[in-house]
Write a protein that binds this ligand. Structure first.
Ligand code: ATP
Ligand code: MG
Length: 280
C-alpha cells in the first residue's frame, strides 16, 4: 500500500460540489504536484486533507492505516483532529505569520506548546507512579527545560536550512515576501510533519522572489527527502520537481501521471487546453 492514500474525497459547499470523488496516492519521499484552473477545488482538497475543512465522505490512509474516514469521524473533537492534523504541515499562499512575533518565535511557538502539553502528560504519569512534592516539581521542570531547549535548537536548525539564521530576531514586516514564505515553510517543518502540503507557495511573490522559495522546496526534496503535495501554477517547476502530477478540473482528477506523461503527452482535451494556456 502507498505511504499516503486519498480515497474518494467528496465535498460540497451548500449545493456546490467542489470535490466529486478525488483519489490519489503518494509514496514516501515523493512530490505530487496538483495543477488546474482557478476554482477547480485544489485548495479545498488540501484543506480537507489537513483537516481545516470537513469532508462529506472519503478516507485518508497513512502508512497502511486508516487515519480518517469522513463519515465515521465527522464528529471528532478538535483535540482528536489536531492529533491527526499533526501528520501534515500546511503552507499557505499568504504566509499568515504572526506580526507581533519574531521569526524564531513564529517558528517555535507551536512546537513549544506541544512540549508543554507533553510535560503535562509526563507529570500525570509521574504522579501515577507515586512521585510527588518537590521531587515531582524538579523532574517536570527538568523535562521542560531540556525539551524546550531541544525544540528551540531544532527550530534554529530548520531556519538555517531555509537560509534564515541571520533573520531569527527580525519581525515579519522587516522581511521580503520570499523570506516570509521561507519562515512559513520552516514553521510547518518545525512540527516534523510526515507530509508537507504547499498551496501555491509562490503565487503571492514577485517573480524575482519566486526562485528562492522554489529553491528551498527543491532542497527539501533532494536533501531531506520530504514527502510533499504542492498546488502550483509554476509549470516548469512542477515538471522538474514532481514524481507525479495531478490535473484537476471541476472537482475531478482528469489526468494523473508522471510529469512526462501529463506535460508532454496529455491525453485529455481539458488538460491539453489548460497547458496550452501556459505555453502561449
Ligand atoms: N468556504 C467556502 N464556502 C463556499 N464555497 C467555497 C468555499 N471555499 C471554496 N469554495 C468554492 O469552491 C470552489 C473551489 O475553490 P478552491 O479554493 O478549492 O479552488 P482552487 O482550485 O484552489 O482555485 P485557485 O486556483 O483560484 O486557488 C470555488 O467555486 C470556490 O468558490
Ligand atoms: Mg486555491
Amino acid at each position: 500500500m502507498a505511504y499516503l492514500q486519498v480515497k474518494d474525497f467528496k465535498k460540497k459547499f451548500n449545493d456546490l460540489e467542489v470535490l466529486k470523488g478525488i483519489s490519489f496516492d503518494i509514496e514516501k519521499g515523493e512530490v505530487l504536484s496538483i495543477i488546474g484552473s482557478s476554482g477547480s477545488g485544489k485548495s479545498t482538497l488540501l484543506n480537507c486533507l489537513t483537516f481545516l475543512e470537513s469532508l462529506d465522505s472519503g478516507q485518508i490512509y497513512l502508512e497502511d492505516k486508516l487515519l480518517f474516514d469522513g463519515v465515521r469521524d465527522s464528529k471528532l473533537k478538535e483535540s482528536a483532529l489536531s492529533d491527526k492534523r499533526s501528520n501534515f504541515g500546511l503552507v499557505f499562499q499568504n504566509f499568515y505569520l504572526i506580526p507581533q512575533k519574531n521569526v524564531l518565535k513564529n517558528v517555535d511557538f507551536a512546537p513549544k506548546i506541544k512540549v508543554n502539553r507533553e510535560a503535562k502528560a509526563y507529570k500525570k504519569s509521574l504522579k501515577s507512579q507515586g512521585v510527588k512534592g518537590k521531587k515531582l516539581k524538579e523532574m517536570v521542570n527538568a523535562y521542560l527545560k531540556e525539551n524546550l531547549k531541544a525544540t528551540e535548537e531544532y527550530c534554529i536548525s530548520v531556519l538555517e536550512k531555509m537560509g534564515l539564521k541571520d533573520k531569527m530576531q527580525s519581525y515579519p514586516h522587516q522581511l521580503s515576501g520570499g523570506q516570509c514564505q521561507r519562515v512559513a515553510i520552516a514553521r510547518a517543518l518545525a512540527l516534523k510533519p510526515k507530509i508537507l502540503c504547499l498551496d501555491e507557495p509562490t503565487s503571492a511573490l514577485d517573480p524575482e522572489l519566486t526562485g528562492e522559495v522554489l529553491k528551498v522546496i527543491r532542497e527539501l526534496k533532494e536533501k531531506e527527502n520530504i514527502t510533499m503535495i504542492i498546488v502550483t501554477h509554476e509549470m516548469e517547476f512542477a515538471k522538474n520537481i514532481s514524481d507525479k502530477v495531478v490535473f484537476m478540473a471541476n472537482g475531478n482528477i482528469i489526468e494523473c501521471g508522471s510529469p512526462k506523461e501529463v506535460f508532454n503527452n496529455p491525453k485529455n482535451q481539458l488538460t491539453k487546453q489548460f497547458l496550452q494556456g501556459y505555453n502561449k
